[in-house]
Design a binder for this molecule. Structure first.
Ligand SMILES: Cc1cc2nc3c(=O)[nH]c(=O)nc-3n(C[C@H](O)[C@H](O)[C@H](O)COP(=O)(O)O)c2cc1C
Length: 216
């Protein structure tokens, strides 16, 4: 077993399973970008990304094949990188170095991607060959339902935004119900000034805004 294969195993990347991480990329003009993305381990040293063609991450990878899969479970990092146009006072501004490492991540998995067959008009699939793994956090973290549910709530929110803009009220209401279930768990398990509880409050404000705009 190679060093990279062992490191991916230890980080929890299971072959065939989807994991969540923050993927950093660079555009053709050199600007850096970070966004949460699902990452599937497809082989001993390969990771796959399925990206909506509307995303900046997809556009960047089509012009520059390097990416970094940043391992973190901090909901604040997921929030600020998923909704980059929004202003979140008191939340950290993500820092990305020229080698695409996202600051405050627990590990950086550097990959070189090649595009595989276009999955559909909406999504592109990229296969990434892992070139190196760097671990920055020495201690494991205890599992937190609140942190996990806050990240789940961010995924729902990214879809609520899209469906609100499309005027798809039924899907919006279904996702808002799921968002509220995440919020309940966070409120029952995490303190009010935790990152996860603060993330839920920010998401609630954004969801209200999208709903008002859709109905007004
Ligand atoms: C945990 C999580 C996982 C996500 N996974 C994906 C994914 O696999 N593919 C995708 O295209 N968008 C995914 N998204 C949505 C993107 O992060 C979101 O659309 C983001 O704004 C894209 O940013 P970009 O345009 O800078 O690439 C995910 C969002 C979250 C919160």
């Amino acid at each position: 077993m190679s060093g990279i294969e062992w490191q991916l195993d230890e980080l929890g990347f299971v072959t065939g399973s989807v994991h969540e991480a923050i993927v950093t990329t660079m555009s053709s003009d050199g600007s850096l970008n970070a966004a949460p993305m699902g990452v599937t381990r497809t082989g001993p040293e390969t990771l796959e990304l399925k990206l909506f063609t509307t995303s900046t991450t997809c556009a960047n990878l089509l012009s520059n094949p390097s990416a970094c899969v940043n391992v973190t479970e901090d909901p604040a990092l997921y929030l600020v990188t998923a909704f980059k146009e929004a202003d979140f006072p008191g939340f950290p501004v993500p820092s990305i170095d020229r080698d695409l490492r996202l600051g405050s991540s627990d590990a950086h998995v550097l990959i070189a991607v090649e595009k595989s067959l276009e999955e559909s008009k909406l999504r592109e699939v990229f296969n990434g060959e892992v070139s190196s793994v760097e671990v920055t956090r020495s201690l494991p973290r205890v599992f937190s339902r609140g942190r996990a549910e806050a990240i789940e709530a961010i995924i729902h929110a990214t879809r609520i935004e899209v469906f609100s803009k499309q005027g798809d009220k039924e899907r919006v209401e279904r996702l808002i119900k799921r968002f509220r279930e995440c919020k309940d768990v966070v409120n029952r398990t995490s303190v009010t000034d935790s990152n996860e509880a603060r993330v839920i409050r920010e998401l609630e404000k954004m969801i209200e805004g999208w709903r008002d705009r859709a109905s007004g």
